[in-house]
Design a protein around this ligand. Sequence first.
Ligand SMILES: Nc1nc2c(c(=O)[nH]1)N[C@H]1C(S)=C(S)[C@@H](COP(=O)(O)OP(=O)(O)OC[C@H]3O[C@@H](n4cnc5c(=O)[nH]c(N)nc54)[C@H](O)[C@@H]3O)O[C@H]1N2
Ligand SMILES: Nc1nc2c(c(=O)[nH]1)N[C@H]1C(S)=C(S)[C@@H](COP(=O)(O)OP(=O)(O)OC[C@H]3O[C@@H](n4cnc5c(=O)[nH]c(N)nc54)[C@H](O)[C@@H]3O)O[C@H]1N2
Ligand SMILES: [Mo]
Length: 702
Amino acid sequence: MEVESGKIVDVKGDKYHPANFGRLCTKGKTSFQALNHETRLGKAHFRKVREGPLLDVDMESAIKTTAERLLDLLDRHGPDALSLYVSGQISLEAQYLANKLAKGFIRTNQIESNSRLCMASAGAGYKLSLGADGPPGSYEDFDQADLFFVIGSNMAECHPVLFRRMMDRKKSGARIIVVDPRRTPTAEKADLFLQIKSGTDLALINGILLQLMKNDRVDTGFIEAHTEGWDSMRAFLWNYSLEEVTEVTGLRAENIATAAEWIGSTSRWISCWTMGLNQSTQGTFNTNGICNLHLATGAICRPGSGPFSLTGQPNAMGGREMGYMGLGLPGQRSADSEEDRIFVEKAWGLNPRTLKGSFLGGAVAMFDSMASGEIKGCWIIGSNPIASMPNRSQVIKALQTAELVIVQDAFLETETASFADILFPGALWAEAEGVMVNSERNMTLMQKAVEPYGEALPDWMIVSRIAAEMGFGKAFHYGSAEEVFEEIKGFYNPLTGYDLRGASYARLKVGPLQWPCPPNDQATRHPIRYIADDSSQKLGVEEEGLAYPSLVFPTASGKARFLPRPHQGPAEPVSPEYPFVLNTGRLPHHWHTMTKTGKIPLLNKLNPSPFVAINPEDADRLGIVDGDWVKIISRRAQLTLPAKRSDRVMLGNCWAPLHWNDCYPPWRSINAVTHNKTDPISREPEFKASAVQIVLQKACQG
Ligand SMILES: Nc1nc2c(c(=O)[nH]1)N[C@H]1C(S)=C(S)[C@@H](COP(=O)(O)OP(=O)(O)OC[C@H]3O[C@@H](n4cnc5c(=O)[nH]c(N)nc54)[C@H](O)[C@@H]3O)O[C@H]1N2
Ligand SMILES: Nc1nc2c(c(=O)[nH]1)N[C@H]1C(S)=C(S)[C@@H](COP(=O)(O)OP(=O)(O)OC[C@H]3O[C@@H](n4cnc5c(=O)[nH]c(N)nc54)[C@H](O)[C@@H]3O)O[C@H]1N2
Ligand SMILES: [Mo]
């Protein structure tokens, strides 16, 4: 960061950082512009009445009032009337303290995060297949892979830096398979593009495994040594047929065979997946399906291979490790385990049986309980649910019904802030200290470069000061983020291998560290998980045919599990009345609800406005030309958007970005129409497939 007169005036990539080696995307390059923007939230505010104006208040009084109001609700309605909704964009320390306050001291399990909309399916799937959450490999595997299976991920636009690393490898001969219903810029770089029908990936994944099995392309040595459940997997696959798979997915049999052939011909293959698989009512099963493929081919826990779910937000991985959704507890623990509850109760100095093991159903269920009046208070930190939750009318009703809504954000104007009774200004990444953990377990210390904007404070500090004001001061007495981090180190988990004991702010100031970091550890990287003797890792020198190092997965038997997962398809299938599949997602130059990127002229120029993309044949049939306003009608609501004819979109599909909502013209929110049915295990909503009608509307409704 280049600082002039207390302001950041430029940022450059760090050539030595192992995540990007100095490469930045457009959003990274311009990130400093949002930090200084005059729309930052620089003061605490409150409203006397809901529709009333925002009034200034000093931080001290805001903290006091908030604590009083939370305690009052707690008194009148009990702990489960209070909820927190947090984020993968705040520091590890803030995530940890939010969970500590919620579960340990308020004693509510009503803590959810935007990761529920994002990585919950990958997390739930990993736990079932491998025993613990998180990709077992690292980014450096990209430099050694022969094949990339990119499924439900538009890496070129959403993980552009990693995408370039993959393209570098392609130059050395690696092949890329892309599976997506849209011909994305990622798909354009593929050696094999499988334009699949929405929500049918599990059929494809099972079909590929069937092919591998039929052609003897499975690694029986690995299966015997390191997995369980292969017999039932085989029996399940024999009930499948390739004809059925081609019919369900709309893919040609020879293309499925080619994919299987390529996957079967190397053990150095990586799968990259993101929201195309996770945001599905079969999202957990999708992850299990991917893990099945890797286990069957032995392409896991060795260089150049592995099931690699790409994490969306900068610190969503940290949040998962801190247990910031549902039943999670710090150090990859869970409140449904008695042992874990006892461990955490001791660590937090709580009486036995303080922590509760009951799961309350995820973010959608949480806002439902608020809408029906059971939850009375909600404290939102670093997320904008009015814009980003599915079927938003329910979330609007939730915040309208709640007696107390606290919003802690970095910007004044957000869709959610308009429902707040109290607004807290959070300091951004360059204004405070805190750790963030990326997709590959790499911890980076955000170092303070400038003073926080206005009266903003670090998120961890706002949480701990409110907690202290509520009377929990003994457990929330921290002088710095570093002290919080030191406490987090106590959550070493021998069962999963989660270990930060050898990490420290002092070491992190020198450079990033990839956990596990055992005590007295000198290494900065530990690229592969689940190797029994971690010190035996000789990365990059493993030769083809070399015996596997001994692996211990964090399951009861030490083996990874095959899990037969039948394909079902989306929860809201198309019908004659709602004949189009609405798919939603991201553009390359905006970030989610645009609180940052919407303020940056260059990015607004690159991605200026919303649209709905429609296949030209469908558009012809409906008489739609480019720029026509069309109505998107679902069972829940309707909205109008300018049409964009695009052969990137399949016949019968349409696609719209999630970015534009109530704060940016033309004030359209795609989540008005999306459905909120969720995966029964991960509780992640299916943002990628809602059934809609498209109707031409000549005149713009303004
Ligand atoms: N530019 C930009 N980059 C970002 C973000 C951003 O806001 N803007 N956000 C970050 C975050 S939090 C996340 S989670 C990631 C998300 O990164 P991605 O998941 O790559 O992005 P999405 O656009 O949500 O969707 C990915 C792809 O899934 C495809 N898809 C839809 N339905 C299906 C299906 O049924 N099967 C398959 N195989 N594919 C399907 C879509 O067509 C789309 O191309 O991006 C991160 N990076
Ligand atoms: N239709 C549709 N909806 C989707 C998705 C989709 O693909 N389609 N994707 C889903 C996914 S994967 C995700 S991750 C979510 C994202 O959904 P959100 O989390 O709601 O989106 P953001 O715009 O990133 O919101 C982050 C908020 O935190 C604030 N903020 C940023 N940094 C800080 C900080 O350091 N401290 C504090 N206190 N505040 C901060 C920002 O100003 C912003 O208001 O959207 C989900 N919604
Ligand atoms: Mo995400």
